[in-house]
Design a protein around this ligand. Structure first.
Ligand SMILES: O=c1ccn([C@@H]2O[C@H](COP(=O)(O)OP(=O)(O)O[C@H]3OC[C@@H](O)[C@H](O)[C@H]3O)[C@@H](O)[C@H]2O)c(=O)[nH]1
Length: 429
């Protein structure tokens, strides 16, 4: 009896299991069958709305349109990658300075070519840096790698208008420096160097800040003393096309020493000689950027005049070191900051041509009015009082600059940005 019951139980379980298996199999089979049926229905539906086969010409147009879209997409992807690469994942490692050593430093013109390199140095040292720029020749991208950093601030402001902030030091670099740029709006150039300097010196007086004024080798004009020591008073045409800058900077120096004498403002004056390096604007118009861009694009290298005029070129990092050393020194008289290695412009064209290579020819154009014929700094003062002298040889600095412009050309395919800036010549007015 017991056995029979157990057998019955086993039979029952077996029966249920068989029924279950059959049910599962049916469900599975119906789901497969249903899926196939459904997808077939969809296909039918799609087939129902498909147009007739396209005529050959239309089909070709569609293919071309697709190809254009594909290229545009690739371009946009590259652009996005480029933009992403410009947003710093991480800031450079800046030093930590305690409150006693950390200074609040204002750099006017801090988004410009020289200003932005100075900002980098001061930021890396751990100072708080405030950049003021009107973006006439400065560019946000020169300082964008510091955007968002707790020690960095950017103010869009024209120094021709007064500024009220609290700072310990001011580097006053705001002014166009390239001849075609400063000649473009001479009145504005004079205002920047006179009213702008008054505003900076007034601010320094109010808050007790130390000021460094960026003056220029152009205060010597077309010099009749060679090389030029700081004691030379210069040879400037006060009404010529360069006067807005030359005389503007001379007034700037005069103002500095008047504020020093009358108001006890601590001033430093740097007379900056020809400087070059990365972050020069493509349309800067000065000889270094013009020649490099012309050589890179196999265009004629344009010498203004006979090319016998001379210049001495310093690399931007040397200049920035010199400015900082002058600011921190006790020396109050003007100091030349420049590289005394002198070249004729003709030689310089050959140097660039050889370094870049390519098929450019060197051609002479009309001379520029009042172009200084010889320029070379006497740097005895800088050596003696600042222990400074330039360290970057011309070839090394030029190679870095050529590399920079090569990348700039690749970056921009906007033709107007690639054109070299050529000024109006003496005989074209
Ligand atoms: O394409 C060009 C550009 C310039 N030149 C010549 O190259 C020489 C240097 O000219 P730049 O325009 O580079 O600079 P300049 O020396 O005239 O002025 C500079 O002097 C020192 C700084 O303070 C300023 O940055 C700037 O005013 C000049 O003789 C100029 O006529 C060319 O032969 N071809």
């Amino acid at each position: 009896m017991v056995l029979t019951r157990r057998k019955m139980k086993q039979c029952l379980i077996l029966g249920i299991a068989i029924i279950l298996v059959i049910c599962l199999y049916r469900t599975w089979a119906s789901s497969i069958g249903g899926g196939v049926k459904e997808s077939a229905t969809q296909e039918d539906q799609i087939a129902g709305v498909l147009p007739e086969p396209l005529p050959r010409e239309d089909a070709e147009n569609v293919v071309q349109e697709l190809e254009r879209t594909r290229r545009r997409m690739a371009q946009l992807e590259r652009k996005i990658q480029e933009l992403e690469a410009r947003i710093p994942v991480k800031y450079p490692d800046v030093k930590y300075l305690n409150y006693k050593n950390r200074r609040r430093i204002l750099v006017t013109g801090g988004a410009g070519f020289v200003g932005s390199h100075l900002v980098d140095l001061l930021m890396m040292e751990g100072h708080e840096v405030i950049v003021v720029d009107n973006f006439f020749t400065g560019r946000k991208r020169n300082v964008e790698h510091w955007f968002g950093h707790e020690n960095f601030e950017l103010i869009h402001h024209d120094i021709v208008n007064p500024l009220f902030i609290e700072v310990d030091e001011i580097y006053h670099l705001a002014s166009p420096a390239s001849p075609p740029h400063y000649m473009y709006n001479p009145v504005k150039t004079i205002k920047t160097n006179t009213m702008g300097t008054i505003n900076v010196l007034g601010l320094a007086k109010r808050v007790g800040a130390k000021v460094l004024i960026a003056s220029t080798s152009e205060v010597y004009g077309d010099p009749d003393v060679h090389p030029q020591p700081e004691t030379y008073w210069g040879h400037v045409n006060p009404i010529g096309p360069r006067a807005c800058y030359d005389e503007g900077k001379r007034v700037s120096e005069t103002l500095s020493y008047a504020y020093a004498k009358q108001e006890n403002v601590k001033v430093r004056v740097a007379r900056i000689f020809n400087t070059y390096g990365p972050r020069m604007h493509m349309n800067d118009g000065r000889v270094v950027s013009n020649f490099i861009l012309q050589a890179l694009q196999n265009e004629s290298i344009t010498i203004y005049g006979n090319g016998k005029q001379t210049r001495s070129f310093q690399y931007v990092s040397d200049l920035v070191d010199g400015l900082v050393m002058l600011m921190r020194s006790n020396y109050t008289q003007p100091v030349n900051i420049g590289n005394p290695v002198e070249h004729t412009i003709e030689e310089f064209a050959e140097i660039i041509h050889d370094l870049v290579g390519g098929k450019s020819v060197i051609k002479q154009m009309a001379a520029v009015e009042d172009d200084p014929q010889r320029r070379k700094p006497d740097i005895t003062r800088a050596k003696k009082y600042l222990n400074w002298e330039p360290r970057v040889p011309l070839k090394v600095g030029l190679e870095r600059t050529i590399e920079y412009f090569r990348k700039e050309l690749a970056r921009t395919n906007h033709h107007s940005q690639r054109n070299v800036f050529l000024p109006r010549h003496a005989d074209e007015s």
